[in-house]
Design a protein around this ligand. Structure first.
Ligand SMILES: Cc1ncc(COP(=O)(O)O)c(C=O)c1O
Length: 359
């Protein structure tokens, strides 16, 4: 990593691989020999077609996505998916939601506007410091919705629930492509790209074709999955720059050795950081060990009053984005795919020094 660049712990938009940024920089004025930038290129041109089809092909390869799924590049963020999912599939009936924290709550809020929501499990009583263990799914739900990684609360599903015949839908915004998963368990996966797979402006949707067919036909055209599937994500002007960056990130993922290698590195980084937090009383993890996220490590200093100084001094040393989400406070280190192992080791060294100077 370029030593002049800070270590970026922002939760999203988040760190991108440096080589992706450099490649984008070299092509900024002259993309694919066109003499113009990708931002100035028609989304129906041949050079852009190579980008969008290439990105899809690589995503299919990396995640091992079978042919009975569509891979879509949408807009509106994961937040629009909170509404699009119930609009298409709830149809004034019932869906099960597992309430694991801030993002699940927003998904539930949208679904409640459009039908009945059954909370199949919640850990609200323990401040979302673990995943709910008692899950109570309805037989007649249209789908089950989970948040695979709660970016703010720092929990992550390590084993996904078996929902039988009921389609499982997951918001994977903050851990997509951080590990290997079995796509066949899911009917729909969605993720804002701005953490692990690109930049804001692109929302990746991986959806099983039979679910698309169940979508309500009487909703606006732009909000139907069928529209975007039929038009191969080109119903309207997509985020050309965003899809281009995702394509470059996919090249980087493949170069790392795919999800086997990425998962191994992510586990290593998380272990270094959690091991240190666990080794001292000065710092405190906020999440039960078995449900901790390998992407967003939330923690506090036991003496909360020291946290502003920690954030300030960390910033001076080149560690940015360590402030916890405004709704939770405390500290959070987001260590997405592109975050280097060395950065975590250096953060731990800083944490040790800070502890020594403040004990
Ligand atoms: C798990 C999760 N879901 C949804 C969102 C909302 O995404 P967007 O801002 O792309 O709408 C975020 C954003 O951080 C998130 O972390």
């Amino acid at each position: 990593m370029d030593t002049k660049r800070p270590y970026n712990f922002y939760a999203g938009p988040a760190i991108l691989p440096l080589e992706v940024l450099k490649k984008a920089q070299t092509e900024l004025l002259n993309f694919s020999g066109t003499g113009i930038s990708v931002m100035e290129t028609s989304h129906r041109s041949k050079p852009f077609d190579a980008v969008i089809t290439g990105a899809e092909k690589k995503i299919r390869q990396i995640m091992n996505i079978p042919d009975n799924y569509e891979v879509l590049f949408l807009q509106g963020g994961a937040s629009l998916q909170f509404a699009m999912i119930p609009l298409n599939f709830l149809k004034k009936k019932k869906a099960d939601y597992v309430h694991t924290g801030s993002w699940a709550k927003l998904a539930i809020k949208e679904a409640k506007l459009l039908g009945e929501v059954h909370i199949a499990g919640t850990s609200e009583d323990i401040n979302f410091s673990a995943l709910p263990k008692d899950l109570n799914f309805s037989d007649d739900a249209e789908y089950v919705h989970i948040t695979s990684n709660e970016t703010i609360n720092g929990t992550q599903w390590h084993d996904f629930p078996d929902t039988g015949k009921v389609p499982l839908i997951a918001d994977m915004s903050s851990d997509i492509m951080s590990r290997k998963i079995d796509i066949n368990k899911f009917s729909l996966i969605y993720a804002g790209a701005q953490k692990n797979i690109g930049t804001s402006g692109v929302t990746l949707v991986i959806i099983r074709k039979d679910l698309i067919e169940k979508g309500d036909p009487n909703i606006p055209t732009m909000l139907k999955y069928s529209t975007h599937a039929e038009k191969k994500s080109l119903h309207n002007t997509p985020s050309v720059m965003g899809i281009y960056i995702t394509d470059l990130v996919m090249d980087w993922v493949l170069k790392q050795g795919g999800l086997d290698a990425i998962e191994k590195t992510n586990d290593e980084k998380a272990k270094i950081l959690y091991d240190h937090i666990d080794s001292t009383d000065f710092y405190q993890g906020l999440v039960e060990k078995e449900d901790r996220s390998s992407m967003n490590v939330v923690f506090r200093i036991k003496n909360n009053d020291l946290e502003p100084a920690f954030i300030e001094q960390a910033k001076e040393k080149g560690f940015i984005g360590l402030k916890g989400h405004r709704s939770l406070g405390g500290l959070r280190a987001s260590i997405y795919n592109a975050f280097p192992v060395q950065g975590v080791k250096d953060l731990v060294k800083f944490m040790k020094d800070f502890e020594k100077n403040n004990s």
